[in-house]
Write a protein that binds this ligand. Structure first.
Ligand SMILES: NC(=O)c1ccc[n+]([C@@H]2O[C@H](COP(=O)([O-])OP(=O)(O)OC[C@H]3O[C@@H](n4cnc5c(N)ncnc54)[C@H](OP(=O)(O)O)[C@@H]3O)[C@@H](O)[C@H]2O)c1
Length: 337
C-alpha cells in the first residue's frame, strides 16, 4: 500500500511517500481503508523525535482518520465490514498502563490502510463528512478535555487562547464560544487575527507585536487591581510561559496540553502563589470525549476549521506547512484518486 513514512528521525525531507507492507489485523483488530486523515503538530514532533518516546521504524505518521472496515478478525464487535468509522488513535492497556498512539508508537493514518482494535472504533453519524470527523480526535477532543473536563470553563468567563490559529487553538476558540466564554484569541500575525475574529473570537491580538503580559495589563488592568483573564490557555510553552503566568487573574486557571516552543521554560513562582492560580495539565482524550465532539458536529453546533485538503502523495508538504506555522486550523489528507 502507499503511505507517508520515515525510517529515521529528521526534518520534512526524511518523509517518504511510497510502498509499504499492508498490515494484517491481529485477533480483536480490524483492517480499515482510510477515507480521510488529518495532520497535527504531533507529526512534526514524532518526525523530529521526542525525549522519552521510542518510535519504531518504519513509522507511518498521522494520528487521526476516518476509515471503512475491510476485515474484522475475531469476535462480533457491533461493527460490520463496510462500516464508516472514526478511530480513537490512543489506547491505554488498563492492566499494564501501556500507552499506544497511532502515528507515534504504532503505525498511523497517513496510509491507504490501517489496523485498530475494534474497541477503538467509533460509529459515524451519516450527516458528518469524512473530512470534518477526521479533524476531530487529536485537536478537538484534546481541546474538549482541556476546556471542559479539566478546565471547567464556564459561561461569562474571560478566556485567552495562545496559538489560537492552529488545530487545538481553533478548536479551543470554537469550544470556548460554545461554552459561553468571552474568547480572546492570540496569534502570530494580523492576518491570522483577522481570521480568528471571522471565526467568532470576541477579540484577537497579534503576539508578534506585543508580549502577552503587556497586552493583558493594557486591556484588562493590573493583576493587583482585578485585571487578568479567568482562564489562559497555553500549549506553546517556551518563552510564552512566564508572561502567561502574569496574565492569569487572581484565582484563575492556566490550562496547558502541550509545549510547542519548549517544555522546560523559565517560570515565576511569585505569580503562581500571589495569584492563587490553578495550573491544570490536560493530555489527550477519551473515546467518550471524541464522541462528544463528533456529536457536536452532527448537531451542527461545531464546524471544524479546515485550512485545506491534500492528497496523501503531497502530505509531506502539509507537515512542512505545520512546521513553518503556515496553517490556519487543520490540514486534511485524502488517498490519491
Ligand atoms: N497532550 C496532548 O495530548 C496533545 C494533543 C494535541 C496537541 N498537543 C500539543 O498542542 C500543541 C498544538 O498542537 P497543534 O496540532 O494544534 O499544532 P498547530 O496546528 O501547529 O498549532 C500550533 C500553533 O501554535 C503557534 N505557535 C506559537 N509558537 C510556535 C512555535 N514556536 N512553533 C510552532 N507553532 C507555534 C502557531 O501559531 P502562530 O504562528 O499564530 O503563533 C501554531 O498555529 C503542540 O505542542 C502539540 O504537541 C498535545
Amino acid at each position: 500500500m502507499k503511505a507517508l513514512y520515515f525510517t529515521s528521525h529528521g526534518d520534512v525531507d526524511a518523509l517518504h511517500y511510497g510502498d509499504i507492507e499492508t498490515p494484517t489485523p491481529a485477533p480483536g483488530w480490524a483492517l480499515l481503508k482510510v477515507r480521510a486523515a488529518s495532520l497535527n503538530y504531533l507529526d512534526v514532533f514524532t518526525l523530529r523525535g521526542m525525549p522519552g518516546i521510542k518510535v519504531p521504524f518504519p513509522m507511518i505518521t498521522g494520528g487521526d482518520c476516518v476509515a471503512e472496515i475491510v476485515e474484522i478478525n475475531g469476535e462480533p464487535s457491533g461493527f460490520s465490514v463496510g462500516d464508516r468509522v472514526l478511530i480513537n488513535p490512543a489506547h491505554v492497556d488498563d492492566k499494564s498502563g501501556h500507552f499506544e498512539m497511532m502515528g507515534e508508537t504504532r503505525p498511523g493514518a497517513l496510509a491507504e490502510y490501517v489496523t485498530a482494535r475494534t474497541e477503538q472504533l467509533i460509529a459515524m453519524p451519516d450527516v458528518v463528512s469524512d473530512a470534518d470527523a477526521a479533524a476531530l480526535p487529536v485537536a478537538y477532543a484534546t481541546a474538549y478535555r482541556m476546556l471542559v473536563t479539566r478546565g471547567q470553563v464556564a459561561a461569562g468567563e474571560r478566556m485567552l487562547v495562545l496559538g489560537a490559529s492552529g488545530g487545538v487553538g481553533t478548536a479551543a476558540v470554537l469550544l470556548g464560544k460554545l461554552l459561553g466564554a468571552h474568547v480572546t484569541a492570540g496569534a502570530g500575525s494580523e492576518a491570522k487575527c483577522q481570521r480568528l475574529i471571522e471565526l467568532g473570537a470576541d477579540a484577537a491580538y497579534d503576539y508578534s507585536s506585543e508580549p502577552v503580559d503587556a497586552y493583558t495589563k493594557r486591556t484588562t488592568g493590573s493583576l493587583f487591581r482585578g485585571g487578568g483573564f479567568d482562564v489562559v490557555v497555553n500549549f506553546t510553552g517556551g518563552d510564552t510561559w512566564a508572561p502567561s503566568l502574569r496574565s492569569v487573574k487572581r484565582g484563575g486557571r492556566l490550562l496547558t496540553c502541550g509545549a510547542t516552543a519548549g517544555y522546560d521554560p523559565k517560570t515565576d513562582l511569585r505569580y503562581v502563589f500571589m495569584s492563587e492560580m490553578d495550573i491544570r495539565g490536560s493530555t489527550g482524550f477519551t473515546k467518550d470525549e471524541i464522541a462528544k465532539c463528533l456529536g457536536l458536529v452532527a448537531e451542527g453546533r461545531l464546524k471544524p476549521v479546515i485550512d485545506r485538503t491534500l492528497p496523501l502523495s503531497e502530505a509531506a508538504e502539509g507537515v512542512r506547512m505545520l512546521r513553518d506555522r503556515e496553517v490556519f486550523g487543520k490540514i486534511v489528507v485524502v488517498p490519491d484518486a
